[in-house]
Design a protein around this ligand. Sequence first.
Ligand SMILES: [Zn+2]
Length: 102
Amino acid sequence: MNQHTSNTIDPVRSRLRATLATIQNELNLLSVPGQGNNNPEILRVAFLDLVNQLDLGPEPAVRECAFCGHLGRLEAKLCGYCWRPSLRTLPVAMATHVSAAP
Ligand SMILES: [Zn+2]
């Protein structure tokens, strides 16, 4: 996540900070002898709230570039490193020639 440089309050980040503070507080209570978490539901709900806020979705499918070997998104038409076209977008004869090269 990038460093937020604006001087304005970002409600999304404020909510994330509050959720993380709740999780941190609940985790700290777990580590204090005799101060066990009386309500583990608070931690569970805060964690689920964090997961929902992050909304990461599934891991994107990736493929290795046939030219430079870097990983890129499966559906990308160009490699993000060498800017060559995906083998999937080349004519079959050309893609076969390139993929057979050492
Ligand atoms: Zn590449």
